[in-house]
Design a binder for this molecule. Structure first.
Ligand code: PLP
Length: 370
């Protein structure tokens, strides 16, 4: 089976983890935390990094740091990983949904304005599958309406909007280092920011908010979202190879594009002229029977995954978005799936996958004629 994604641990991961174990620094203090935070923030063009236990907790921490809570509204795309919506709900605020664009699958920047109310506090654009959102438009709207912007860049390590890294545009940006993300720490996350005040507040909130003067006196209701030194050691080793890992993703996409260009019955992912897409996952839309298509690939040893199910369709949010319509998200979610996209994919594997795709489409076509 060719898996959709596998981590690529070929650098200093083992050496750094061994160092943690041998030196006894295995919990959330130790040199790798700081090195990973500083290194990753600086890679993104930001001043401060604060590690967390996951992308989900990074999002929650970002919202808590900005003081968002009950009575507030936060604008998110309906088409996203559920973590974006969960983080908003954890704070007591209400997620307000916006439909997505048909080409990039990202939040439709032109449909945000109609969702802004006097309760709106923030917008969370999500750079889906590695393609950046239209940040200019989003930042302008946020500025005009005094809203915070929190990028969910969990899928967009190294992606660029108009030559600047995703994660560098917002008050706070959030990353995930889950095993299938472009760089991983096993489980883990980070927020990055240029604001010293936000960074300090986030550091407090992620570690139970001990008072500066007196440990075990707590100034806020806070969290334990501390990353371990061991995870940071893996993250740092991955960070040392990030340019290579991003380039491998982009090289995979080039081969897929070459092989599949012009194929009837599927739509390939896009890269806008102003964007550097890092193709976290190489997603396609299928015109015909998606389940049959996926079964055909699976029978030939090719693993695929369906796209996210939009938030307005989620059973856990039943009743929250009644009567709302998000037609682009419905369509993309229904037709979308992603192909194997890991950094370690080989050219021959991609060529094989593409031949299976053509075969599946051919079968589908001939069965329709019959
Ligand atoms: C993976 C992901 C998350 C959550 O990250 P975890 O580390 O799995 O908690 C959040 N948002 C998006 C867009 C993601 O892809």
């Amino acid at each position: 089976m060719i898996p959709v994604c596998e981590p690529w641990l070929t650098g200093n991961e083992l050496k750094y983890v061994t160092d943690c174990l041998k030196s006894n620094w295995i919990s959330s203090q130790g040199k790798y935390i700081e090195r990973f935070e500083r290194g990753f923030a600086s890679y993104c063009g930001c001043l401060y990094g604060v590690t967390t236990t996951s992308g989900t907790t990074a999002l929650h921490l970002a919202l808590a740091t900005l003081g968002i809570g009950k009575g507030d509204e936060v604008i998110i795309p309906t088409f996203t990983n559920v973590a974006t919506a969960f983080a908003v709900v954890y704070t007591g605020a209400k997620p307000v949904l916006v439909d997505c664009e048909s080409e990039t699958y990202n939040i439709d920047a032109y449909k945000i304005r109609e969702k802004i109310t006097k309760e709106t506090k923030a917008i969370i654009p999500v750079h889906l599958y590695g393609h950046p959102c239209q940040m200019d438009r989003i930042l302008e709207l946020a500025m005009k309406n005094s809203l915070y912007v929190i990028e969910d860049a969990a899928e967009a390590h190294g992606a660029e909007y108009k030559g600047h890294k995703c994660g560098s545009f917002s008050h706070i940006s959030c990353f995930s280092f889950y095993g299938n993300k472009i760089i991983t720490s096993g489980e883990g996350g980070m927020i990055i920011t240029d604001s010293e005040r936000f960074a300090e507040r986030a550091r407090g909130l992620k570690d139970l908010a001990h008072s500066p003067g007196r440990r075990f006196v707590h100034t806020d209701i806070a969290f334990n979202y501390r990353m371990t030194n061991i995870c940071a050691a893996i993250g740092l080793a991955q960070l040392e190879k990030i340019d290579e890992l991003v380039e491998m993703r982009r090289a995979n996409a080039r081969i897929y594009n070459n092989q599949l260009e012009g194929t009837q019955g599927i739509t390939l992912p896009t890269e806008k002229p102003w964007a550097k897409n890092v193709y976290w996952m190489y997603g396609i839309l299928v015109d015909g029977d998606k389940q049959k298509f996926m079964k055909h690939l699976a029978a030939n040893g090719v693993q695929t995954r369906e796209f996210f199910v939009p938030m307005h369709q989620q059973p856990c949010f039943k009743g929250m978005f009644d009567g709302e319509e998000y037609l682009v998200a419905d369509d993309i979610s229904k037709r979308g799936l992603y192909l194997p996209s890991g950094s370690g994919l080989k050219i021959d594997e991609i060529k094989y996958i593409c031949s299976c795709i053509k075969e599946a489409l051919h079968e589908e076509g001939s069965s329709r004629i019959r």
